[in-house]
Design a protein around this ligand. Structure first.
Ligand code: GDP
Length: 298
């Protein structure tokens, strides 16, 4: 991920190296080239526009014109602006004052929700919590079984309708799960929900109904970082349809251009909290905007 963008940016910066002073023309050219590089990386247009505006404002200001090494200064500004685009300080999970803390996962089918549920459970267990997974994705064949396998691997209880029990209502499953968690002293409940291949009113209504019965402390929107431009519309639909409190980027190990990762924070207004970087349970990280920006700049 980001390889092309990283290469493009280092090429642009290389042209500035050794310059004693940057003229307005130098700054304009650099800004134009960075704009192209971001657009080619599939970053959403409004995000690119505000990024370039900030970059130009700052590059024309004193911090660059008075700098002994203006190229270095431009790189610093780009780094800082990337950190901001990715969410600045970052944010940690909010825990309920009265356990259990409920974390609901939402996103399209194939985004990586079920996988993420297992990863998050393992991560939280490692921090000393007693998480419980809830199989409320009754849409996709095998989603329940997939979650059970992941739960077993993570050593975490999975609350699921009995096989063949005929319990087909994910809202009821989610509701029962919260009661079960309270009775069994689970302090975190992670609810996996159904997605569809595209935005779908029924899916959104179901997710909203699960939200209403579980009253989640966090609604994490899981987005496949490989999807590019479509990410923006999907993110907006979930923000408006379900209401989200945070974002998880999945498949950051892929070789996509990275536009979704760089757009989703600004589009949703919510922080990126975790990153999924592979199919194994351990392929998971707390998201650090600063580290990601450093990775992009190489
Ligand atoms: P869901 O439909 O949103 O629950 O998506 P799944 O969790 O079932 O994931 C869909 C597919 O993507 C599965 O084959 C996962 O193994 C795979 N997957 C999930 N997360 C990642 C990731 O971070 N990296 C890679 N390479 N594959 C992933």
């Amino acid at each position: 991920m980001f390889d092309t963008l990283s290469d493009r940016l280092s090429g642009i910066f290389a042209q500035l190296k050794g310059k004693g002073r940057l003229s307005d023309a130098d700054i304009d050219r650099t800004a134009r080239e960075i704009r192209m590089a971001l657009l080619e990386a599939d970053v959403a247009l409004p995000v690119v526009k505000s990024f370039i505006f900030q970059l130009k404002e700052r590059a024309r200001g004193a911090e660059v014109s008075k700098a002994l090494n203006p190229a270095q200064q431009v790189i610093k500004i780009v780094h800082e602006e990337l950190v901001l685009v990715l969410g600045g300080e970052g944010r940690r999970l909010q825990f309920a004052k009265q356990p259990p803390t409920v974390i609901m996962l939402a996103g399209l089918q194939g985004a990586g929700k079920t996988t993420l549920a297992g990863k998050l459970a393992l991560h939280l267990k490692g921090l000393g919590h007693q998480p419980m997974l809830v199989a409320a994705d009754l849409q996709r064949p095998n989603a329940v079984q997939q979650l059970q396998v992941l739960g077993e691997r993570a050593g975490v209880e999975v609350f699921a309708p009995e096989v063949g029990s005929g319990v087909g209502d994910p809202v009821q499953v989610a509701k029962d799960a919260i009661e079960h968690a309270k009775r069994h002293m689970r302090d975190i409940v992670i609810v996996d929900t159904a997605g569809r291949l595209g935005i779908d009113a029924e899916m959104m209504a179901q997710a909203a109904a699960i939200r209403d019965v579980t009253n989640p402390d966090e609604v994490l929107f899981v987005i496949d970082a490989m999807v590019g431009q479509d990410a923006v519309a999907t993110a907006e639909a979930f923000r408006d349809g379900v209401g989200i409190t945070g974002v998880v980027l999945s498949k950051l190990d892929g070789d996509a251009r990275g536009g979704a990762a760089l757009s989703v924070r600004q589009v949703t207004g919510q922080p990126i909290m975790f990153a999924s970087t592979g199919e194994k349970l351990e392929d998971f990280d707390v998201f650090h905007p600063d580290r990601m920006a450093s990775r992009i700049l190489g």
